[in-house]
Design a protein around this ligand. Structure first.
Ligand SMILES: Nc1ncnc2c1ncn2[C@@H]1O[C@H](COP(=O)(O)OP(=O)(O)O)[C@@H](O)[C@H]1O
Ligand SMILES: [Mg+2]
Length: 272
């Protein structure tokens, strides 16, 4: 199992802030990228899924369980990385992981060790002395170590360097291969494009596109007509750039990158 459903979720913080009728579904075994700039409403949506916020209207369910009224059951089957990780600062990373393992009632620690190695994290120091990146790694280990079927990851790579970011993308790809359901928020096009089957773009609390990365790209092809000096020049040009010749004219079709698509939806005002 592992089906995530969000239907018409509303949370109005006033002043145009909040989420206003968010709907989308993540299918069993799918990796879904929840893409949008800071302040778009990703964390607010995800907090409803975790049962931290009660819907003002609309609802969300995971495996048919209501995320608010059955939140204990829902949380038990999830792995979760919060957007703003705040730990019990006085604990060491090791204590935190032990605490999490007890809460999750998991006996074997082999997967935890494997994850610590993979992300090159030594959890012995106090959390308050850890860098942002180390805390993020600790959050990753805690979210994945009980091998949950559903992963809800709120900007999971924030604070990670490019090497660790790429290790994380690989980890998510492996989990997807193993049939896990993944919802991952991000403001970075590239990691979502590399990891996710489908992508939902949120802007100012509203979904403005939900589709496969391929379909989003397909919708955004552009054709250019180039007129060359003569047919021979046109043929040479078409051979080099993959266009279609018609006399001295060549039609070239280009696909926008997801980043360009994203920017076209946002119209460049991504810092609001
Ligand atoms: N508890 C709150 N009270 C008032 N406004 C909030 C609250 N939480 C979030 N917001 C506002 O709602 C908008 C969406 O926030 P958030 O869901 O955190 O966005 P994202 O995770 O996409 O960056 C932002 O403008 C944010 O300032
Ligand atoms: Mg957020």
């Amino acid at each position: 199992m592992g089906v995530i459903k969000i239907e018409n979720l509303v949370r109005d913080y006033g002043g145009g802030k909040g989420i206003f009728g968010i709907s989308f579904q993540v299918k069993q075994g799918e990796a879904f990228g929840f893409l949008g700039p800071n302040g778009a409403g990703k964390t607010t949506t995800i907090r409803h899924l975790m049962g931290f916020l009660k819907p003002k209207s609309g609802k969300c369910t995971i495996d048919g369980l209501d995320c608010w009224s059955e939140r204990d059951k829902v949380q038990a089957r999830l792995g979760y990385i919060p957007g703003e990780i705040s730990f019990f600062d006085d604990m060491s990373g090791t204590d935190f992981l032990r605490f999490t393992a007890e809460y999750r009632k998991i006996g074997t620690q082999s997967r935890m060790e494997e994850l610590l190695e993979r992300f090159e994290l030594d959890p012995k120091s106090k959390i308050k002395k850890m860098s942002k990146g180390m805390k993020q790694k600790l959050g990753i280990v805690a979210a994945f170590m009980h091998d949950p079927d559903i992963l809800i990851l709120d900007e999971p790579t924030s604070g990670l360097d490019p090497l660790m970011q790429s290790r994380f993308v690989n980890l998510v790809a492996e989990e997807k291969e193993r049939g896990k359901t993944v919802l991952m928020s991000s403001h970075m096009f590239e990691e979502v494009e590399r990891t996710c089957d489908r992508i939902g773009i949120i802007r100012k609390g509203r979904m403005i596109a939900v589709d496969s990365a391929a379909a989003l790209r397909e919708r955004h092809t552009r054709s250019y007509m180039v007129t060359l000096e003569d047919e021979a020049a046109a043929k040479a040009f078409a051979a080099d750039f993959g266009g279609v010749c018609n006399g001295e004219k060549v039609t070239v079709t280009t696909k926008q990158s997801l980043e360009e698509i994203f920017m076209s939806y946002y119209g460049g005002d991504s810092n609001e």
